[in-house]
Design a protein around this ligand. Structure first.
Ligand code: FEO
Length: 397
């Protein structure tokens, strides 16, 4: 039993599942794990597309050997050099010293820098092809999805797009590989969490790549993470297209930072008003107790965002600062935005949120509500007014 999975007559998934890493990139929780996908094409020449994280070297090499026996791997095509995919390159080269490593000019800088590999490489340019026998591979340079060297590889014979990080998602492949084998409800949230946290900053380039690939007749999409899309590749293309164009559903995410409950009371007033004014999808989060990656994920789904914060040591509450930094970093736009906050002896949270509102291209809705000490009935009326105005703006956007 080698645990490789056959995809077509000649192509196999030889990736691995990671259920041991707690934090992807030492930042993002992996409650459902993640897969590192590598693919092997067995033709007159044997080619691998990407490798796996270094921790899984041994099982990766065993899978390859189980499939090809005493034959050699002729080519390693590198779509992406981030070490979750390039970590096994050195071991692969040691196992197959004649292996030719294929990438673009930028790939080679990473290859030399990370692994001191400078020989036995083949530099390709956008549009170049590689002949394996039956299979012809075409290369498409797609920089910044998600690093400068990223590219995609299209197999003309089986019409499979090996897409790198694009169209990928969190969630290990628990006995499944293809979209027609799995419950999409299980994976959908983790796929959007992956997009919104890892790829969203580069949304304009994702959008551009999708337009460029529209001429290809794609039968299957095989990304570096997550399921292989063979029944409905358009599903994942459309999801990525929507997210990268900042298209959203009707709903509002309300996030508050509160130490002693005063800002929380304001958030609840806003949320109640949203409900009374026609919003069905309301997500209310305590920024201290919901991981920022989950909050970003929800914000990426919905049209409305309302942020409220208390103050801490003369500055905005630290977990809220983390959230708004991350949203600025991802160039949040095309949202309806509301802000509020509270303080006791020093202001600053609301002014920081107002500064955030100027940085992102969102529609700021009045009133901006700021309370000293605890919100009284008049202040809660203002929170209600804010919720009402956000609801109207979201519905009429
Ligand atoms: Fe999965 Fe950008 O690496």
């Amino acid at each position: 039993m080698i645990n490789a999975i056959q995809m077509t007559d000649d192509i196999y998934w030889v990736g691995v599942n990671d259920k041991e890493t707690d934090l992807f990139e030492s930042l993002w929780p992996l409650p459902e794990g993640v897969s590192y996908n590598s693919y092997l094409i067995k033709d007159e020449k044997i080619a691998l597309i990407d490798t796996v994280k270094i921790n899984y070297n041994d099982s990766f090499l065993e899978k390859i050997k189980g499939l090809i026996g005493e034959r050699k791997v002729d080519y390693l095509i590198i779509n992406h050099m981030e070490p979750d995919h390039s970590g096994s390159i050195k071991s692969l080269r040691e196992a197959y010293p004649d292996l030719k490593i294929v990438g673009n000019a930028k790939t080679m800088n990473f290859l030399a820098g990370f692994y001191n590999i400078k020989e036995g490489t083949k530099i390709i340019e956008d549009g170049d092809q590689l002949d394996l026998g039956k299979h012809q591979l075409s290369f498409y340079l797609t920089p910044m999805i998600h690093w400068p060297e990223t590219m995609m590889t299209f197999d003309e014979y089986d019409q499979i797009l090996f897409s790198g990080d694009a169209f990928g998602g969190f969630g290990s492949l628990d006995g499944v590989l293809f979209d027609d084998e799995l419950n999409i409800n299980f994976y959908a949230t983790e796929i959007r969490r992956y997009f919104s946290n890892i790829v969203a900053k580069y949304s304009p380039l994702v959008s551009k790549a999708i337009q460029r690939l529209s001429d290809l007749d794609i039968k299957m999409i095989a990304a570096t993470h997550g399921p292989v899309w063979r029944e409905d590749p358009n599903y994942i293309i459309e999801e990525y297209r929507k997210w990268s164009n900042y298209e959203t559903d009707e709903g509002v995410v309300v996030v508050y930072g509160s130490m002693y409950g005063n800002t929380k009371i304001m958030a609840e007033a806003v949320a109640r008003s949203l409900s009374e004014n026609g919003i069905e999808n309301i997500k209310l989060f305590d920024v201290s107790r919901k991981h920022v990656s989950d909050i970003i994920n929800e914000i990426w789904q919905y049209k409305g965002v309302v942020l409220g914060s208390c103050i801490y040591n003369l500055e905005i509450f630290p977990p809220m600062e983390t959230l708004i930094n991350d949203l600025e970093n991802r160039n949040l736009k095309k949202r309806v935005l509301g802000i509020f906050g509270s303080y006791s002896w020093s202001g600053g949270a609301v002014s920081r949120l107002q500064n955030f509102a100027k940085q992102v291209n969102c529609q700021l809705v009045e009133p901006v509500v700021e309370v000293q000490y605890s919100p009284d009935a008049n202040m809660l009326d203002q929170c209600y007014e804010l919720g009402k105005n956000v609801a109207e703006a979201v519905i009429n956007y």
